[in-house]
Write a new protein. Sequence first.
Length: 192
Amino acid sequence: MARTKDRSSNQLRLIGGRHRGRRLGFPDQPGLRPTSDRVRETLFNWVAPLIEGARCLDLFAGSGALGFEALSRGAGKVVMVERAAVVARQLRANAGMLGAADLQVHEADALIWLERDGEPFDLVFLDPPFAEGLLAPAIERLDRHGWLAPEARIYLEAPIQIGFPPLPASWELIRDKTAGQVRYGLARIGSA
């Protein structure tokens, strides 16, 4: 007898804020792995004093776990960038279900999207597909093109065996933890 796939495995649960407990679906896609509840809880404890009204960028959005969590917890604006059309469609559907007027989804390659001059964000989530080596070029483009507000925070996630690439001189790693096979941390930009 063939086993059927458990549909709940393609859902994430928002863990805080006004949408706490809401479940959002996401499609099967290679490399798409939502940030765990435990890691999200730690991250949002770190940024709790900053989230209200913040402009947030979820650069490799995937399931949208980080961007939707930020929105639920009071972010003023959330921009998600996702290159896979089917994933971007689901992000838009989830935003509509939540009535998220302050959320934009851009279907684009994140590295190409970052090549233009940016609008400064207060909080950026960098959790790219681990196997693609995208963290270092994303950091370089964020730093070079004006995407970061003074004293912005940048969340970083990488496989533990690879870790984080060297950070720009103006960035300071202020939090750093591991969970299972994942290293995650929070960097802060020095004020101009």
